[in-house]
Design a protein around this ligand. Structure first.
Ligand SMILES: CC(C)(COP(=O)(O)OP(=O)(O)OC[C@H]1O[C@@H](n2cnc3c(N)ncnc32)[C@H](O)[C@@H]1OP(=O)(O)O)[C@@H](O)C(=O)NCCC(=O)NCCS
Length: 143
């Protein structure tokens, strides 16, 4: 598996949008709109690849000079529980550290809290709804 940063608007980027759509949006009856994808131009877009095939993704969005947000973590259903998500989290944290961020935050789906807790993230605050389902803010200090 190779982990790499993807450029917005490339073939790899559209592979990533398709994967995110399949895993994160379609099951909720939702889709992406152009404005939402345009806002990702300044994000760090991360893909896990097996040769040319995208097998996982996530992205990092700047919140302020100290804090960034881990977003849109997705692994194809058939490839889940094989360590791809763990590799993506670790790679994203290293990229964030290199960029000088001190804290990683996220809006985690309730169903994924146990996954992020394995990497030292903790829940902060109350449950809220996003994309129709329950979420929690989770935080981790990057060392
Ligand atoms: C959540 C997700 C990204 C995890 O990726 P993955 O490649 O399946 O995870 P890994 O195989 O690296 O798992 C690492 C560890 O977390 C555990 N884990 C994986 N998903 C979990 C979950 N939803 N809840 C609790 N633990 C989980 C694994 O069992 C493994 O534990 P182990 O190290 O003790 O064996 C992936 O399952 C996914 O895309 N889910 C659907 C979309 C989603 O919920 N995205 C997150 C939105 S916030």
């Amino acid at each position: 598996m190779a982990l790499k940063i993807i450029d917005h608007g490339t073939k790899e980027y559209f592979q990533m949008v398709n994967l995110r759509n399949e895993i994160l949006r379609k099951p909720l009856g939702l889709d992406f709109d152009t404005a939402e994808l345009d806002r990702e131009k300044d994000d760090v877009l991360i893909g896990a690849f097996e040769e040319d095939k995208l097998i996982g993704c996530c992205l990092i969005t700047r919140m302020d000079s100290n804090t960034c947000r881990l977003r849109q973590m997705a692994v194809p259903s058939k490839l889940q529980h094989k360590g791809i998500g763990a590799s993506l989290v670790s790679f994203a944290e290293n990229v964030a550290r290199d960029l000088g961020y001190k804290t990683m935050s996220m809006h985690a789906r309730k169903t994924a809290i146990g996954f992020y807790e394995k990497f030292g993230y903790h829940v902060s605050g109350d449950e809220f709804e996003e994309v129709t389902i329950p979420h929690y803010i989770m935080l981790k200090r990057l060392r």
